[in-house]
Design a protein around this ligand. Sequence first.
Ligand SMILES: Nc1ncnc2c1ncn2[C@@H]1O[C@H](COP(=O)(O)OP(=O)(O)OP(=O)(O)O)[C@@H](O)[C@H]1O
Length: 357
Amino acid sequence: MARIDLDLAHSYKPNPKEDGDYALLPLKMSFVDGGAYALLGPSGCGKTTMLNIMSGLLVPSHGTVKFDGQDMTRATPQARNIAQVFQFPVIYDTMTVAENLAFPLKNRKVPENVIQQRVGQIAEMLEMSHQLNMRAAGLAADQKQKISLGRGLVRPDVSAVLFDEPLTVIDPHLKWQLRRKLKQIHHELKLTLIYVTHDQVEALTFADQVVVMTRGKAVQVGSADALFERPAHTFVGHFIGSPGMNFLPVQARAGQLVVNGQPLGDAGRVLPDGELQLGIRPEYLAIATNNDARGLPATVVQVQDIGTYVLVTCRAGKQTLKARLAPDAVIPATGASVRLKVLGAHTCFYANEELVE
Ligand SMILES: Nc1ncnc2c1ncn2[C@@H]1O[C@H](COP(=O)(O)OP(=O)(O)OP(=O)(O)O)[C@@H](O)[C@H]1O
């Protein structure tokens, strides 16, 4: 296994001039030995580009890739000792499940007894022990993809295992089981795993550290908790969570906040003067339905019972804010005039999309 350091940018165009010409804007990032990472972001944000640069399928147009401090920018995938699992199964149909799992080890001339032991271990982890002697050709697509995952995980000496949306062909129930399984496997095998997905649930369940990407930029690297509690960028606030963070334009002057021309109160912390975005998660947005004069005046426009929580949508001037309330909380009625408690310990402030407080 290896520590991977990226200090690079990539453009597929020969003479990139502006930010939009880059699939990856200049970034510096380290993946520590034995970590479980996810690269998370919408389609086209540069996840696959970053993965292919790490695996050696792509040479970055600028900068370097280092493995344990050694420059590997132009090294082949074989020389990097990387295992890669793709969206669709890459297996040998004519071989049995056991032969497929053993293949990466046979290729590296691993002794037969070690191969048998490791194949047995991986098959057990993936609950495929009963299928070891079956021919891969007869298996369903999701079972074949499990073999691909196993082939990615079977070598104990790889620098890293890279997964590119590996659960795409898996049916929803098995998908749910497998993403938990992969986390467990990571703890047992202690391999460096890097997992590309556009699905926040997949990323947050699997990874210890999630790299959130948008428009060629890695905007935050952090734990699920950090991404939820302190989004470093408005994109993270918006992308993570269900629904995402509420944002409200505010003006700050000497710590006092104004919204829609009305005073909102003391921010309770040091903020730069000027135009800011106030961010508050729907989970932390409290609604006062009594005559409490504090808080942002708003009107309830929709109340939805989602089962485990009630989603209350409010309008304050031109802004829409959503609150996630417990089913046993006091739920305001549609049309009610309320006060939204937007200021609190969990409130974040952003200037030019970046977290300032
Ligand atoms: N071979 C290529 N040649 C030119 N442009 C490319 C190439 N591959 C990707 N791009 C562009 O680079 C940008 C990043 O693409 P990339 O595939 O890395 O994103 P992604 O986040 O993995 O998206 P997806 O989830 O859709 O695969 C996109 O604008 C894409 O159109």
